[in-house]
Write a protein that binds this ligand. Structure first.
Ligand code: FES
Length: 174
């Protein structure tokens, strides 16, 4: 594997397993989704250089690999952020202002839905219902639920998690 990878996962074992799966399916273009699924499960995303490796081994084009990754929402090209913000765009949330909440999230974080901030702190995802319609509009941040969110509340919610991350990294440095 190349020296210039930007892997966040340090787990050599995961890469060995992935390599075995890729080799097992060498020349089998029909196994593309299955192989990518395995990579996604082990690493949490499908790094660019692994995409190249899969394409070469299975005998498919890189654009085909990329096409599959972008088609299925299950696959990601980058690791998710430390805080995954799920913005509900289900009907109950939608009619109570979820699009404005999402737009504010995107503006404050400088990313689009599906993206991750450069500092690796935040990922925004769109979901269709979080099962808390009575609290619409709803976002979750990891396991925390924030109900009746308005766009004006977004900066303070983001700041809360930023401060939490800073406090935790401060503790880690003690
Ligand atoms: S539609 Fe948003 S929680 Fe159900």
């Amino acid at each position: 594997m190349s020296e210039t990878t930007e892997h966040k996962c340090e787990c050599a074992e995961a890469y060995r397993d992935i390599e075995q799966v890729i080799e097992k399916h060498r020349g089998d273009s029909g196994a593309l989704v299955q192989v990518l699924h395995n990579v996604q499960e082990r690493l949490g995303y499908v790094p660019k250089d692994v995409q190249v490796r899969v394409a070469e081994a299975l005998g498919v084009s890189l654009s085909e690999v990329y096409g599959v990754i972008t088609f299925y929402s299950l696959f990601r090209e980058r690791p998710r952020g430390r805080y995954v913000i799920s913005s509900c765009q289900g009907t109950a949330c939608y009619v109570r202002g979820a699009p404005e909440v999402l737009a504010r999230l995107e503006k404050e974080l400088g990313i689009k839905a599906g993206g991750t901030t450069d500092d690796g702190l935040f990922t925004i995802e769109i979901v269709r219902c979080l099962g808390a319609c009575g609290l619409a509009p709803v976002i979750t941040v990891n396991k925390d639920t924030h109900g009746r969110v308005t766009e004006d509340k977004i900066p303070s919610i983001i700041n809360f998690y930023r401060a939490q991350a800073e406090a935790e990294s401060g503790k880690a440095g003690d």
